[in-house]
Design a binder for this molecule. Structure first.
Ligand code: BEZ
Length: 260
């Protein structure tokens, strides 16, 4: 199912795999928390190009991967033809007690309202099933996004935080929503995960890949000026000349909830 409001698919699967492979690499040990068992039926929500779905499948589970991006799903199907992948919006999940587990890495910070996604996840789980997720938590990439928003304002534009594209909850907020939805929360953690963005253009590539919606209504020329300005302002703190790389101040929230 696609989101009818989104006409253009902004996700570039090749760029994602070549320059942002850390997204799935860092999700690998989330799979240890999931602890997939042989023949379990597992939904990978926001599967991207399918790398973690394949790792879960290799452990013997039967995996269904879904992602809102057609580009990602096309790439996932090409890479892993033995796994079922579908285009589907996390806000419109309509599974009914089908999965032993729902797994999600680096996706739910894109999904608002969060409670709607949680309800779809909860309904899709069998009784006794588990939900294991990791995504951007409170304070995630704040150094970068604060600087971008300041740059937007410095150029004479307003920035309404209502349009901020991401949801970065605290543990208290998200586990509260999980409990309201019906989950028993058995694990929650908020932690820093400084993330290397390689090369002199690492920060620019990251902003262009993930943050383009911050610049809605702003011309390409001004957008590029703002990004250059952000690079200059953050170079002293986030760029390491010796390793020729940027460090992004990622913060992750990791949760596990049970459906009784
Ligand atoms: C993240 O994984 O935390 C993230 C990725 C892209 C944009 C914002 C956050």
């Amino acid at each position: 199912m696609t989101d009818n409001h989104r006409i253009i698919d902004p996700w570039n699967a090749n760029l994602y795999d070549n320059k942002h492979a850390f997204v799935s690499a860092l999700g690998s040990n989330l799979i240890e928390l999931l602890a997939p068992q042989k023949d379990e039926s597992i939904l990978d929500l926001g599967c991207g190009t399918g790398d973690l779905a394949e790792k879960i499948s290799d452990l013997g589970a039967s995996v269904t991967g879904v992602d809102q991006s057609e580009n990602m799903i096309t790439s996932a199907r090409n890479k892993y033809p033995n796994i079922q992948f579908f285009v589907q919006d996390a806000l419109r999940l309509d599974y009914k007690q089908e999965f032993d587990a729902v797994f999600s890495n680096a996706t739910l910070h894109w999904v608002k309202p969060p409670k709607q996604a949680l309800m779809g996840i909860f309904n899709g789980l069998k009784h006794g099933g588990r939900f294991v997720a990791e995504f951007g938590g409170k304070g995630n990439v704040k150094t970068i996004t604060d600087e971008i928003i300041l740059g937007i304002k410095r150029n004479g534009f307003e920035y309404d935080m209502e349009h901020f594209p991401w949801y970065y909850p605290s543990i208290g907020e998200y586990t509260g929503l999980m409990e309201e939805t019906g989950f028993e929360v058995v694990f929650a953690q908020l932690f820093e995960r400084l993330t290397i963005l390689e090369g002199e253009n690492g920060l620019r590539n990251w902003i262009e890949m993930f943050g383009s919606s911050l610049f809605e209504g702003i011309s390409e020329t001004v957008t590029q000026q703002i990004i250059t300005d952000v690079e200059q302002r953050l170079k002293g703190t986030l760029f390491n000349q010796e390793t020729n790389s940027w460090t992004a101040d990622y913060k992750r929230i990791r949760v596990m909830g049970m459906k009784k």
